[in-house]
Design a protein. Structure first.
Lengths: 396, 142
């Protein structure tokens, strides 16, 4: 036997290594195609993720300057490369045909398993929260406004240039979130798909259509707990709102009471959402003394609804100036969703927080693998002067 | 940007690959450095019915075991979906920064490895046959 002979034995692959019988041996050699093979990557996955991956329901998402994430239908995972100082000899299986040939050879030759590459390490997955802060930013570039309903030319022009207009696929390309998380993100922004583009309505538009709806409720003597979809949408249409936006308004400010089968669906005004919207409108111009705010708010709230200050958790803050209490707008939905940035902004707003004030601003923070207590421990300092005093949270 | 993860093996038919893992690196003698292809690294032996193995590399013997991985490892192959217009660009810079038009194909799954986590033992009393020495001229470096 000479060293020039390339394959001294017959070839076996991974099967031969893993199925090695007791009292036998196998030669391990570099493959005839051995090399760095940078196109071959190793990815460690949880057993329960395997079916999703093998059924091709998984994608990697990210911009060139971002760390890639892996998205399943509903979850997002960070991809981390973990290097190893050990040598990982990677042995592929062999073609069936070759192994058949193998059997015809005489048995004196030792089976050879070939190493295609020495892997420098393996990629691992860590579940993370979706990165959706950019979604609001993207959709805010070009919110839907009155000019588009009234003036078709402008809308056509915008369509041509496409500035700030995003289709579903454009959003998927730009955001690191799974489809389901992206859908929830769009929902929480009350976004609507208009002519194939995902849009948010600008403040003025939203305000006008809601006020028109509330106005029509009074005018037509509708019950706020039983709004007939066809009727409401029809009336809003005659008021000049496109049909799809009228329906969207119902979805955002009402909840469906019963799904009409054959007949039209019935909706009920969502007390909390309507009241919160009205409060936001009042506080838009700036802070108000609490008595004045409450009076204005109560006046705006439609008959049959009961506004209470508790509804404004996570929407407004109060501060005492001398004898007076002032209310100002501070909405959790305007805050970043990554814990570090969120807490930093919160402590800029206020150096010390009581738990009852802080809780509405942190309860939506979700970091996989970290409890809400864990989050507080990591980002805040908790002080409790006496046993029965309320704990106070400040920056670490 | 989105990169699809595909699996062309068909449902549940991903072939199993194997890993032989050992500490440090195997370094071939300088004369083989640039032509490792087909060179023997060593001999893997299963001396008994237990899942214990020896791996003999040159004058060194390693002792290890077969380990089932807690989580499976997928073998992915990066596939460039070349479009004709893009081909010219790519010739200029074979860079992965422009990974538009890339797919990942799952071509295998790894569920077991043969792990040698101890340092090698020198085989002084049992020199290898001269021919083997030539063919498998490799030593384990720590």
């Amino acid at each position: 036997m000479d060293m020039i002979d390339p394959q001294p034995g017959c070839s076996g692959g991974a099967e031969a290594v893993l199925g090695l019988q007791p009292n036998s041996s196998i030669s391990i050699a570099y493959h005839s195609l051995f090399g760095t093979h940078n196109d071959l990557l190793l990815l460690e996955v949880d057993e329960k993720l395997l079916p999703e991956i093998l059924h091709e329901r998984v994608t990697l998402r990210g911009q060139p300057d971002e760390d890639a994430v892996l998205c399943t239908a509903s979850k997002t995972y960070a991809v981390k490369f973990v290097g190893s100082s050990n040598s990982l000899f990677l042995i592929p299986p062999i073609d069936k045909k070759v192994s058949d040939l193998c059997k015809t050879k005489d048995d004196n030759n030792m089976v050879v398993a070939s190493v295609i590459k020495v892997a420098p390490g393996c990629m691992e997955l860590v579940e993370v929260a979706p990165k959706l802060d950019k979604l609001k930013l993207l959709l805010s570039q070009n919110p839907y406004s009155f000019s588009e309903t009234s003036d078709m030319d402008i809308s056509e022009e915008k369509e041509k240039t496409g500035i700030g207009l995003y289709r579903w696929d454009d959003l998927v390309d730009r955001l690191q979130a799974s489809d389901e998380e992206l859908r929830l993100g769009l929902q929480s922004l009350s976004a609507i798909e208009i002519d194939g583009y995902w849009r948010i309505l600008d403040d003025k538009y939203t305000n006008t259509i809601l006020n028109m709806l509330l106005h029509n409720v009074i005018l037509n003597d509708w019950s706020i707990n039983a709004l007939k979809e066809d009727e409401v949408v029809g009336v809003l249409e005659t008021d000049g709102f496109p049909r799809n936006i009228a329906t969207h308004c119902l979805q955002v400010y009402c909840c469906k009471v019963d799904e009409g089968v054959g007949v039209c669906s019935t909706w009920k005004l969502d007390e909390r959402r309507v009241c919160v919207h009205l409060a936001r409108e009042i506080l838009k111009e700036g802070k108000l003394k609490i008595e004045i705010f409450m009076e204005k708010w109560m006046r705006k709230v439609p008959d049959g609804m009961h506004a209470s200050f508790d509804m404004l958790e996570g929407e407004v803050l109060t501060e005492k100036l001398g004898m007076e209490t002032w209310v100002y707008s501070f909405s959790v939905s305007s805050l970043p969703s990554t814990p570090a940035e969120r807490f930093s902004l919160l402590f800029q707003e206020r150096a010390k927080w009581e738990w009852k004030d802080l809780q509405p601003y942190v309860r939506d923070l979700k970091v996989p693998g970290l409890s809400s207590e864990g989050l507080l421990l990591k980002y805040t300092r908790r002080t409790q002067p006496t046993m029965d005093a309320e704990p106070i949270f400040s920056a670490r | 940007m989105q990169i699809k993860v595909k699996c062309s093996c068909g449902e549940g038919n991903c072939p199993e690959w194997a890993i032989v893992e050992l500490q440090g690196v195997v370094e071939a003698q300088p004369s083989f450095q640039n032509r490792l292809q087909n060179l023997q690294i060593g001999v893997l032996c299963r001396p008994s019915s237990q899942e214990s193995y020896t791996f003999t590399v040159g004058y060194h013997e390693l002792i290890g075991t077969k380990v089932s991985l807690k989580k499976p490892i997928l073998v992915l192959k990066k596939i460039k979906l070349r479009k004709e217009e893009e081909e010219e660009e790519e010739e200029e810079g074979e860079d992965d920064v422009n990974s538009a038009g890339v797919e990942l194909d799952v071509i295998g799954v790894i569920r077991h490895k043969i792990l040698f986590k101890t340092r090698p033992k020198a085989l002084i009393s049992k020199p290898q046959p001269a021919v083997k020495e030539k063919v498998g001229a490799a030593t384990v470096l720590q």
